[in-house]
Design a protein around this ligand. Structure first.
Ligand code: CP
Length: 307
């Protein structure tokens, strides 16, 4: 069965069957990543351009590796050394890139809606690698894959997203994806970082971190996004760490030795998560990164072979 869309713009509205297909396909590619020769010919002859208008370590490297593992031709578009610096518009940039017979575009941009806009001006398959504070669908998919790998299921699990919900595209994509897959989703953070509409999405709000740890099977800990002025929403980093930072003392107090801790990265060690927890037995942070390559291979493969 093919995916129900030619693009992956967000998790909102993506059917359960599509999510399951991506996660199951990723399981096959995860096995490829353990082979001595980590490459399959699946996307031979396809060309993918990675357009990153915003900084990235994990997502950009992961997409590039996924494309190479699938034998696609991969182009990295460096905004700082491109004609964008001479004033070229996004539309002109895309139309020039497409004129070189590119098949798929992976795009990260600080503006919400850019991936959607690209579907209107281009015939390529478009994959959203993070747009502003809107969505980051492949992060949610790799988070769900990692939860399923660790706990054997998603349905019925209690998952709490902790931190700067208001500025987080990761939170939005996780909420949509996890709810579709039947998880019981909550958020926890300072009131100033919880959007007013969040309960309309069927998400419980917890303001006390001890309660959040106590009640949930999984915590997805978000970075405090200082570049999006998140620091203006609480008095000091020290106070944030004291009330919402995940550390071993809080886990021990709740008696939750089996709680699973995720973090999409990059980590602010000692702010939203202590080093002890970030490197400890409950976290699966680097497994998320490894699984991200397999999940992105699945998305590229399923979109790139359907037309
Ligand atoms: N998780 C994530 O999107 O990380 P990068 O910003 O490094 O891609």
């Amino acid at each position: 069965m093919p995916l129900s869309s030619r693009h992956l713009l967000g998790m909102q509205g993506v059917p359960k069957e599509d999510i399951k297909l991506i996660l199951d396909t990723a399981t096959t590619f995860r096995e490829v990543l353990e082979r001595p020769i980590k490459k399959v010919p699946t996307l031979q002859g396809k060309t993918v351009v990675n357009l990153f208008y915003e900084n990235s370590t994990r997502t950009r490297t992961s997409f590039e590796l996924a494309e190479k593992r699938l034998s696609a031709d991969s182009i990295n578009f460096a905004v700082s050394s491109s004609s964008v610096a001479k004033g070229e518009t996004l539309k002109d940039t895309i139309q020039n890139i497409e004129a070189m017979k590119v098949d798929m575009i992976v795009v990260r941009h600080s503006a919400t809606g850019v991936p959607n806009f690209l579907t209107q001006i281009s015939k390529c398959n478009v994959i959203n690698a993070g747009d502003g504070i809107h969505e980051h669908p492949t992060q949610a998919l790799l988070d769900m894959y990692s939860i399923r790998e660790r706990l054997g299921k998603i349905e019925g699990l209690k998952v709490c997203i902790v931190g700067d919900i208001a500025h987080s595209r990761v939170a939005m994509s996780n909420i949509f994806g996890l709810k579709t897959m039947g998880a019981d989703v909550s958020v926890c953070g300072p009131a100033s970082m919880i959007p007013k509409f969040i309960e309309d999405l069927g998400v419980k709000v917890i303001y006390n971190i001890d309660e959040a740890i106590q009640e949930n099977d999984v915590l997805n800990v978000l970075r405090i996004q200082l570049e999006r002025k998140a620091g203006a929403n609480f008095p000091s980093i020290r106070e944030y760490r004291q009330y919402f930072g995940i550390d071993q003392a809080k886990l021990d107090k709740a008696g939750k030795s089996d709680i699973v801790i995720l973090h999409p990265g990059p980590i602010n060690r000692g702010v939203e998560i202590s080093s002890e927890v970030a490197d400890g037995l409950n976290q699966i942070i680097l497994k998320q990164v490894t699984n991200g390559v397999a999940v992105r291979m699945a998305v590229l493969y399923l979109l790139g072979t359907q037309n």
